[in-house]
Design a protein around this ligand. Structure first.
Ligand code: PMT
Length: 401
């Protein structure tokens, strides 16, 4: 039984008789727990109607690059960012050529150009087209760009010939799609992760906090599990469900988060501090609700422990990854944190009213010793997977990403 729980699969259907199998593929992806959106090329629409895919996926089907209604709902950029994986099944010889050329004159090829999600193709074509030198060269280019290739199989073809070029069956494609998420890059590792905000009580009904939703941290926790790690997630108050197989420990305040981290850190070889921890807490917590008797109210605050710096300073410190949330001079401030907190890696993001906090997308800059790497805007789920891969590599080869 495969699992694609909470995964966003964008299924591209190009012009091939094998498009009839894609209807069953949508059903299997949905049954495995994925959200599926279908993009039909004009060739694909000759074989199967949008209505079939709409009924099976439960989502509108997109076809046109320049469609004012679609732009208002989900433009090609939004679709490109929405997807965890873009699976093109069937991928016709023509579509493969277009993908190799980096064309952007129809919706599906434009999405492929605008995404940093994993792209996989399931070729389907006549066996002579499959062995043609032009197709071989196109496929080689796609492999160099890390585009995955599922199949094709061999056998009887719709044109009456026999040979390679048959699209794989729906159950094989669903299984290969699920395998994309199980990278194994962190297998054997134990990851301790913090996420979400902290709440610092002022009185029995009020607290100081921030706008962290926990989405970034939970996405990393999910990706680390899929990469084969054992994951403990110490979470401030959020509305999110813990990803399956993650051990979640709930805390409220920075002090509680600090205590929980110190209790679990000795069993971990990677620590990722995604939580937006309050730097200060009220010196005194009023026993009763504070009354509004005065025009002004002064709260006296004291520093909370810096969890990240304390972990990095431990004698047997795990590989320690911090975040830097900045509203200006991102790289400069992040580099200062990399050094002052003594961590192995800093993941920097600009934050603000409509940036990073609470949103499904983020843009990240990674700094480690002498290295830096920019990750383009993408869903936090996609970024979570990119980060776990980078952390796995960096842990094994310190001082280079
Ligand atoms: O939760 P989301 O809505 O998805 O938003 C994601 C995010 C913006 C919260 C996340 O991407 C992020 O930037 N997290 C770090 C927030 C933060 O507190 O940054 P900072 O620059 O103030 O702190 C630097 C680092 O020190 C962070 O790793 C933080 O976890 C850690 N820290 C800070 C204070 C403290 N007392 N203890 C700490 O461990």
């Amino acid at each position: 039984m495969i699992s694609l729980n909470n995964k966003h699969i964008l299924l591209g259907v190009s012009g091939s008789i094998a498009a009839y199998k894609s209807a069953e593929l949508v059903r299997q992806l949905k049954n495995a727990g994925a959200s599926v959106r279908v993009v039909l090329t004009s060739g694909g629409a000759e074989f199967v109607t949008p209505l079939t895919f709409q009924a099976l996926s439960g989502n509108p089907v997109s076809s046109e690059l320049l469609d004012t209604a679609a732009e208002a709902a989900m433009s090609h950029i939004e679709l490109a960012r929405w997807a965890d994986v873009i699976l093109i099944a069937p991928a016709s010889a023509n579509f493969i050529a277009r993908l190799a050329q980096g064309r952007a004159d129809d919706l599906l090829s434009a999405i492929c150009l605008a995404t940093n999600a994993t792209i996989a193709i399931a070729p389907a074509m006549n066996q002579q087209m499959w062995v043609n030198a032009a197709t071989r060269e196109n496929l080689q280019q796609l492999r160099q760009r890390d585009i995955l290739q599922f199949g094709p199989g061999e056998g009887d073809q719709a044109c009456g010939e026999v040979g390679p070029g048959r699209m794989l069956e729906a159950n094989q494609l669903a299984r290969l799609t699920a395998d994309i998420f199980e990278t194994g890059s962190l297998s054997g590792h134990t990851v301790l992760l913090t996420a979400g905000p902290t709440q610092e009580s002022i009185d029995p009904v009020r607290y100081l906090s921030n706008r962290s939703s926990g989405k970034m941290g939970y996405a990393i926790a999910q990706a680390a599990i899929e990469a084969g790690a054992k994951v403990t997630l110490i979470s401030g108050p959020t509305a999110l469900a813990a990803p399956p197989r993650v051990e979640r420990i709930n805390v409220r305040s920075a002090q509680q988060m600090f205590d929980a981290v110190m209790q679990h850190v000795t069993n971990s070889d990677i620590f990722i501090s995604t939580a937006a921890v309050a730097d200060y807490r009220p010196v005194n917590i009023a026993g009763q609700k504070i009354k509004k008797t005065e025009d002004t109210l002064i709260l006296e605050l004291q520093r909370n422990p810096d969890i990240l710096a304390r972990v990095a300073a431990l004698e047997n410190a795990p590989f320690t990854v911090g975040f830097a949330a900045e509203t200006e001079s991102l790289e400069q401030h992040a580099r200062e944190k990399l050094e002052s907190k003594g961590v192995d890696m800093i993941i920097a993001n600009l934050v603000g009213e409509d940036i990073a906090f609470e949103r499904d997308e983020n843009t990240l800059l990674i700094l480690a010793a002498d290295n830096k790497q920019q990750l383009a805007t993408a869903s936090k789920r996609v970024l979570g997977r990119q980060l776990t891969d980078i952390i796995a590599k960096q842990k094994n080869t310190p001082r280079s990403i």
